[in-house]
Design a protein around this ligand. Structure first.
Ligand code: AMP
Ligand code: ZN
Length: 472
């Protein structure tokens, strides 16, 4: 039984999708005005792990992540860089896709963009206006929070508490400081679309209500995002969607804890914003994923170099075992002994951990226990049969690779091919040495030249022959 902590009810609840085995999941994606940072990466990776675990359990997940491609920050950047907002958004959307691929995040079923959904957004605002939830002041349309009796149900606050606590922009036009823009009147030089209220562009919150409804329906199973989005973004999405449809918007709300850097909040003024792109120049995607998976998704996470280098170190054990089993599988030893290892136990423990509100730190611990026990079994036995190695590989493929994404067998296979390549070069060096001893210089030169032709350069010295692989 899968339990999920639901922000809406503030309890761990049994997960019951509306239409099993289908699960519909929406995650608030990036605002494409810059490369995404390592804090955003946490939300993207943890939602990826949740989605992969649901699939591991047999659910068919329709996973949608939006791209906010029209927004104040994009417009500001376009003004700073003296180019149009569209090209800023396009460049950083492209970078977003490159970076999530590098982080081995499984592609979503859809990546809707706000600018491709202007019609749906306008229709939704019109509906809210007709139902009396929206008012237009000179081309700016606002949502009237006092009309929605459940306003505050996600953040667990009443309207007056929210008014005194929140940093909300003061705007004389609005009836209530908590009212928020559904449609923003175009200012000089800003991108705009025609609408019943004049030229303008959508507010941020309405995008997600319109796009999630279009791609997942009026009511769907899971909505996720960083916990900075609980208020006002997700609160406002609920107010918009539920007022428009009269139905419950989302059953389970999942929120990711914030990532801090060396115990400080990430911010421009502190100069401690690291992009995922830069971090990946130093550390592997698997190390970033393991570092994140070793903390529960909902809690805060302190990011540091030590965290990543220790994750990289921890991964060595996993990679070494994966390489070993790939080699042994190639041996194809049909006969031989099958050490006793209770595979079901690890599988159950992994499932029990993840079923408890996606307890990935516990799931990682199960994997490392498994690695330790397999290594012990290998050390204690000789002539282990293929069957055993295949079972080990299957478990790691389903869990470490399939759910957590902290192992990549396709790379392991390349690496063991690399090891084989090195062994073959060493063998040729040895044969060349033998040829020289026999004064067969034609053969020894031939070996050297043929290797050179395929990009391997031999270097002779007093202590022997070494080689260098020249990149082609
Ligand atoms: P943004 O591009 O700022 O709209 O954010 C994209 C996603 O990343 C949202 O789900 C945010 O809640 C999340 N996010 C932003 N900053 C952080 C952070 N420091 N830690 C974790 N998640 C974050
Ligand atoms: Zn959103």
């Amino acid at each position: 039984m899968l339990l999920i902590y639901n922000t809406l009810t503030r309890t761990k609840e049994e997960f019951n999708p509306i239409n099993p085995p289908n699960v519909k999941m929406y995650v608030c994606g990036p605002t494409v005005y810059d490369y995404f940072h390592i804090g955003n990466a946490r939300s993207f990776i943890m939602s990826d792990i949740i989605r992969r675990y649901l699939e591991y359990k047999g659910y068919e997940v329709k996973f949608v992540m939006n791209l906010t491609d029209v927004d104040d920050k994009i417009i500001k950047k376009s003004i700073d860089q003296k180019r149009d907002a569209k090209s800023v958004a396009e460049d950083y959307s492209k970078a977003f896709f490159e970076d999530i691929q590098k982080l081995k995040i499984k592609p979503a079923n859809d990546y809707p963009k706000a600018t491709n959904h202007i019609k749906e957004i306008i229709d939704l605002i019109k509906k809210l206006e007709q139902k009396g939830f929206a008012y237009n002041i000179d081309g700016n349309v606002f949502y009237n929070v006092n009309r929605f009796s459940n306003y505050g149900k996600l953040s667990g606050k009443k309207i007056d508490e929210l008014e005194s606590g929140a940093r909300i922009e003061i705007n004389d036009e609005k009836k209530d400081p908590l009212d928020f823009a559904l449609w923003k009147k175009a200012k000089e030089g800003e991108p705009f679309w025609e609408s019943p209220w004049g030229k303008g562009r959508p507010g941020w919150h309405i995008e997600c209500s319109a796009m999630s409804c279009k791609h997942l329906g009026e009511t769907f199973d899971i909505h996720a995002g960083g916990n900075d989005l609980i208020f006002p973004h997700h609160e406002n999405e609920i107010a918009q969607s539920e007022a428009a449809t009269g139905k419950k918007f989302v059953n389970y709300w999942i929120h990711f804890g914030f990532l801090n850097i060396n115990n400080e909040k990430m911010s421009k003024s502190l100069g401690n914003i690291f992009t995922a792109r830069d971090i990946l120049k130093i550390y592997s995607a698997e190390a970033v994923r393991l570092a994140f998976a070793q903390t529960h998704y909902a809690g805060p996470l302190n990011f540091s170099d030590e965290l990543l280098s220790s994750a990289e170190k921890g991964l060595e054990k996993l990679k070494n075992l994966a390489e070993k089993i790939e080699e042994e599988i190639k041996e194809n030893r049909q006969e031989g002994i099958v050490p006793k290892l209770d595979f079901e136990k690890y599988k159950n423990n992994f499932g029990t951990a993840m079923d408890d509100d996606f307890n990935s730190p516990q799931a990682c611990a199960v994997i490392f226990d498994f690695v330790r026990d397999v290594n012990r079994a290998i050390a204690e036995n000789e002539n282990i049969s293929l069957k055993f190695y295949l079972s080990v590989k299957e478990f790691l493929q389903n869990t470490a690779e399939g759910v957590l994404g902290i192992l990549d067998f396709s790379e392991t296979a390349n690496q063991s091919n690399g090891a084989l390549e090195n062994d073959l070069i060493e063998l040729l060096i040895k044969l060349r040495q033998d040829a020289k001893l026999e004064k067969n210089y034609v053969l020894s030169d031939k070996i050297r030249n043929e290797l050179k032709n395929i990009g391997i350069e031999l270097q002779d010295s007093k202590s022997g022959t070494t080689y260098k692989k020249n990149k082609k």
